[in-house]
Ligand binder design. Sequence first.
Ligand SMILES: [Zn+2]
Length: 60
Amino acid sequence: MNAACAEHIDYLMDDLVEETMTAPSLELIPDEERGKTKCNWCNQPAEYYFVFEYGLNEGE
Ligand SMILES: [Zn+2]
């Protein structure tokens, strides 16, 4: 999962945009998932995760 703590959202977002040429949407990690998910950048508990909405421009 692509997830980040509040401090590193921008870092991860930049990386992901560069990698995928797509801007993911940011979702708050639900309370029950907190603590299980680590920030990709610093390995601290993450607060947000990135969602790629594939399919928006498909259909050809
Ligand atoms: Zn972090």
